[in-house]
Design a protein around this ligand. Sequence first.
Ligand SMILES: [Zn+2]
Length: 680
Amino acid sequence: MISKKIKGFFYGADYNPDQWNKEIWKEDIRQMKVHGVNVVTLPVFSWAKIQKSEDEFDFSWLDEIIDLLYENGIYVNLATPTAAQPAWMSKKYPDITKTDMYGRKYKHGGRTNFCPNSPNYRRLSKKIAKEMAENYKDHPAIVLWHINNEYGEYCYCENCRKNFIKWLKEKYDTLENLNKCWYTSFWGHTIYDWDEIEVPSALTEILPGRLGGRDGTNFQSMAIDYRRFMSNSILECFLGEAEEIRKITPHIPITTNIWGICDKLDLFKWGEECDVASWDNYPSSKDHPSLISFRHDVVRALKGGKPFLLMEQTPSQQNWQPYNEQKRPGVMRLLSYQCISHGSDGIMFFQWRQSAGACEKYHTALVPHVGHENTRIGRELTQLGEELKGLEDKIIDSKIESKIGIIMDWSNWWAVEYSSGPSIDMTYIDRIMKYYKPLYDLNIPVDIVNPNMDLSKYDMVIAPLLYMVEDKAINNIKSFVEDGGTFITTFFSGIVDENDHVRLGAYPGAFRDLLGIWVEEVDALYPEMKNGIVVEKELNMGKDVYDCNLICEVVHSQGAKVLGRFAHDYYKGYGAITENSYGKGKAIYVATEPEEGFIRELMKKYCDENKIKPILKTSEEIEVTKRIKDNKEYIFILNHSKKPQQIDLEVKKYKELLKNQVLKGIINIEPKDVFILEEY
Ligand SMILES: [Zn+2]
């Protein structure tokens, strides 16, 4: 439970009352009650309003609105306003605004325009956090702290350079070690004095847009270190504020809303420091529902499976995509339950009242420009509020149980996407989705895991494109297999250590003995090229030959069984899929990127072997997930399609909680509708 004060789901929005007069505040409260809002987030961007100068703090307007909210039964998720510093502050302390990768020093403007290593930003953001904690420490409305907003901007200034050098000294101890780990013998880059180190930027070692629009680099180990350092610097900003707050209100949990599955921050490290994980879900209407599910699963992983909070979504239209389609009727409700079905204990929106000016005025809000609730979106919001209230605390604090872990790792993400070769199409999240989606289609739940975590609770661990892997993780994965686990990995995995140095001997270095193979060559196919996988009888799949593309590796077995072979080219007949027994378990290698149907069959085979069953068997357009609390199961059925669908509930009888109906046997679910089933 995020807060004992709110027994059911958090339901509310970012609230910016400083854009409106006090008459409107009263109308806001009336409409919040209509929709059943029980919590609002404020004052996310009000630093300039609260602090007019260095020594002047004015909380009077904030006190007034927080009191008014509380008198009306609405709680507050109290935000520190540090994502947008006041103009006077940028002027007075020029070290605060950031410097971009091209060396351009920013002037005041926009938001998240601060250098995470600016001593003045650090000092002043701690100060406002402390002032706020002092001011609101006894206020009964406060249920959660929301530090900053959507962290994730990097800086390349002189302060960052100095701090980078400090960080590197701690990490490498000696220049000899740093030179070795950065491989500076290449292109005569040896460093003889710490002060010779420059930050990797477009002026030094970064090659913007070089890799199919992504940035390349001359020195991967240096560039990856800079990402580790930046993620950590930004985390230090968060921790600076959190420490001040924790001293004063240790009983109130702290979160920060992360922006999507952001590649700028090592979110597993952030998860360790937050009390509650929360994130902002802004999918494009073209995103497949499985991609949204995956993102929810990543956020759930940050606190080891504990419920998270959806901090922002839009009721309908966004404003910042190239084309901002309205969410069709029922879609907002469907996406809200999808989020809950993956572990959220609340649904929050951006924002409460739609702005009349500036760049977010066409981003829909709970109160649209027309000003009242008698709209399609208004009615959908009221319905959702009533339904969530009706669920009370039944599902709150429930967990998702999975027997499959899919490995995700930020350093690996950076290493994969900075890699110059073998293919620019070798992007990390897309490779994970190749394995996530078939399991999603089969209604088999998965957890996202980090390679150093305890894997013993899983029967299967899948590591798509685990290119960079440190020794500790290798041993962790090996023990998992030794103890009976099934490990599946793909092409270009196990290749480099944490410094992005190739593990010499043969690919896939880290996993050679585990997989019982060695890889002689890695072929990268043009997008229009393909090869095939001829399936051995033993694999017993739907077809004899499947397509594959992207990467094809020339694999030699050293004890592994070959389950599928390449169909064409000079490596025709070489293993494309291998399986190796290791300890009590097995390790499977997929040396190419097979078509979706193949991966689905492969997932089915190993799920069957491990007795992992779908929650329910349905068409692929139906998503089924399950949350469990006190040994009671709650099954979510979501119809993402545009047509009614039939589902066989088999022998059990269920109570459906949203429409309060009893369901059994073959049932129908309307397009975009949701069922939550409890065993009857
Ligand atoms: Zn900086």
